[in-house]
Design a binder for this molecule. Structure first.
Ligand code: DQA
Length: 149
């Protein structure tokens, strides 16, 4: 059974109220409940955390690296700025899946660049809550495929 850490970055605790035309009407609790339901179906163990601070996310990644088999992360605004989070993910050596509710490539220019993408297995963007669920499925199949080989 894979252990998967799901990390929500800054301002994602405001989902539901925050620019619903961009991010949808689901709250973070709604998304987390869907993740937990899918994890039960897929036989994965989840730890789900939300942090607003860049350093807090770096610390969290370091603390969970011995427990986790994979990371599903929506780095939110830090996607576009954070060398520290990129380095933390690289340091773990864990497969990471970058997820975004919105399609960052269709939005403002400054959102087109992800500093995280270069250390992630892949990026899933633009499917709302489904981006997280697809990210969790990807993390589980990476785990299954690597433990078979
Ligand atoms: C986001 C996209 C980021 O550009 C933005 O700063 C966020 C959320 C998304 O999920 O679509 O906070 O990561």
């Amino acid at each position: 059974m894979p252990n998967i850490i799901v990390i929500h970055g800054p301002n994602l605790h405001l989902l539901g109220k925050r620019e619903p035309e961009v991010y949808g009407k689901l709250t973070l609790d709604d998304i987390n409940a869907r993740l937990e339901a899918l994890a039960r179906e897929l036989g994965a163990q989840l730890r789900i955390e939300q942090r607003n601070g860049e350093g807090e996310i770096v610390t969290l990644i370091g603390e969970t690296m011995d427990w986790a088999d994979a990371v599903v992360i929506n780095p939110a605004a830090y996607t576009h700025t954070s060398v520290a989070i990129r380095d933390a993910i690289a340091a773990t050596g864990l497969p990471a899946i970058e997820v975004h509710l919105s399609n960052i490539h269709k939005r403002e220019e400054f959102r087109h660049k992800s500093l995280i993408a270069g250390v992630a297995v892949g990026q899933i963007a633009g499917f709302g809550c489904e981006s997280y669920l697809l990210g969790l499925r990807a993390a589980c199949s990476i785990y299954t495929n690597s433990s078979r080989s």
